[in-house]
Design a binder for this molecule. Structure first.
Ligand code: GAP
Length: 449
């Protein structure tokens, strides 16, 4: 973990937020390469969930959330962690994270009894400071999918099964944020709510567990580092009938990367008015505040049913940490030297190709290299970087360390002899001479597959 954290800072992936003022605990910023990596991971999820399917629509809902949404979702009452205080040093801990009833900071056993601490952040809405004028920062992106169920259904007329996908920020006032970007207070989720006929939920749950394992594999996560955890009944979230966690061997241990829950008809049922005739199976509170009926009518039987929902919910930041951990390698070369290489899958690499002029002050070479950069950029594969530091060997090493799959070097042979360039492969370190005329096809094949 320490090596990853150091590389993340040194190379501009991830920084402590508000670093110059001592940081803000549990909050991180993504730097020039981190934002590319994170966007690439999100784009891969969106492609798999929305573009490659015809039964999922996208959504980008607001972060500020009406408190009623989070009252009826059950979060106001139950979204808590058990908090204990150390009476000696005044530090605060999550009781279920303590190995024994002892303060990890000062060693005292003089701890308070655990009490529930709600993890939701509140913020004032509008200019009047008044306890009634507040909103929550959403603790999961899911709720806005449920509250928009009717809007999406009315505008797209879907048939079951169908899903609504969303990527966005979520906020939790974690008692003890820790392990770099693993447990933070501000993070992103990639969530799919996949609505199904009641009775077909268990089969769909299994299907989504298999789909998600396959997807993590495609992001370069070794299956030997993934395990499924069937959450026991006494650990299930208040809305869940069954949850399977995808656990990943993070540098600090085996922990949850993604949760795949069967939320039944709990959420749509909870947010629905006039629930009485809807045959809702989950235990929901009567809802006098909603004006919507979050149900679908069967066109033949005319019967109204609240669908069940299967929810694969992945953390973007935990995903970034997992793919960085998988990609990180320190190799010993034949000459005994070491190289650090981030072997990202090309679609995730922050920089796809670095174009390096052999001489940074040679007009002909520089112009040619800049032209190649512009042409490759137009392929739409992601970021192509022109970089004229002048030392090609160092350039290769630096790009190994940030995971750039290909480096293209423009030299005298390019401009004076045969219009070819050297293409250097990150993984094999092979250098091949390729005609500039063939470069776009070659790069496309290597990067897009
Ligand atoms: N909508 C369901 C839901 O929010 P969750 O298991 O609480 O379920 C889903 O969260 C995923 O969000 C987790 O598997 C994890 O990847 C990510 N996540 C949750 N809390 C997090 C935190 N404090 N920091 C980073 N990621 C977090």
């Amino acid at each position: 973990m320490d090596e990853l954290v150091a590389l993340a800072k040194r190379r501009g992936f991830i920084f402590q937020s508000s670093d110059i003022y001592g940081g803000l605990q549990g909050v991180y910023d993504y730097g020039p390469l981190g934002v590319e990596l994170k966007n690439n991971l999100k784009a891969a999820w969106w492609r798999a969930m929305v573009y490659e399917r015809d039964d999922v629509e996208g959504l980008d809902a607001a972060i500020l959330t009406n408190p009623l949404t989070l009252r009826y979702s059950g979060h106001e009452a139950t979204f808590t962690d058990p908090l204990v205080d150390c009476r000696q040093c005044k530090s605060r801990w999550r009781a279920d994270h303590l190995e024994k009833p002892q303060c990890p900071s000062c060693g005292s056993t003089d701890l308070t009894d655990p009490r529930p601490f709600n993890l939701m952040f509140k913020t004032q809405v509008g200019p009047v400071e008044d306890s009634a004028n507040f909103a929550y920062l959403r603790p999961e992106t899911a709720q806005a999918i449920f509250t928009n169920f009717k809007n999406v259904a009315d505008s797209t007329s879907p048939k079951l099964p169908f899903g609504i996908a969303q990527i966005g920020k979520a906020f939790r006032n974690e008692i003890t944020p820790r392990n770099f970007i693993f447990r933070v207070r501000e993070f992103e989720q990639m969530e799919l709510e996949f609505f199904v006929e009641p009775g077909e939920d268990e089969t769909w749950h299994d299907t989504w567990v298999a789909e998600r394992l396959k997807w993590w594999g495609e992001q370069g996560v070794n299956e030997n580092n993934l395990e499924l955890y069937h959450v026991p009944a006494d650990e299930l979230a208040h809305y869940s009938k069954a949850t399977v966690d995808v656990m990943y061997r993070f540098p600090h241990g085996l922990e949850e990367l993604e949760g795949i829950a069967n939320r039944t008809d709990f959420d749509l049922g909870s947010h629905t008015k006039n629930q009485a005739d809807l045959n809702i199976s989950a235990r929901v509170e009567p809802n006098a505040d909603s004006n919507a009926r979050l149900a679908l009518q069967n066109t033949e039987s005319k019967e109204w049913r609240v669908p069940y929902v299967i929810e694969p919910s992945a953390g973007v930041d935990r995903g970034v940490l997992a793919v960085m951990n998988e990609a990180y390698n320190v190799e010993t070369l034949e000459n005994g030297s070491e190289r650090t290489v981030m072997s990202f899958k090309p679609h995730l690499s922050p920089i796809k190709v670095a174009v390096l002029p052999l001489k940074r002050n040679h007009e002909g070479i520089v112009d040619k290299a800049r032209g190649i950069k512009q042409d490759l950029q137009k392929l739409g594969l992601g970021r192509i970087l022109y970089e004229d530091t002048g030392n090609i060997g160092k350039g290769y090493r630096r790009h190994d360390e940030v995971g750039t799959p290909l480096c293209v070097t423009v030299d005298f042979q390019t401009i004076e002899e045969d219009d070819t360039v050297t293409v250097r492969d990150r993984d094999s370190m092979d250098q091949t001479r390729i005609a500039v005329a063939d470069l776009a096809d070659y790069v496309k094949e290597q990067i897009a597959g």
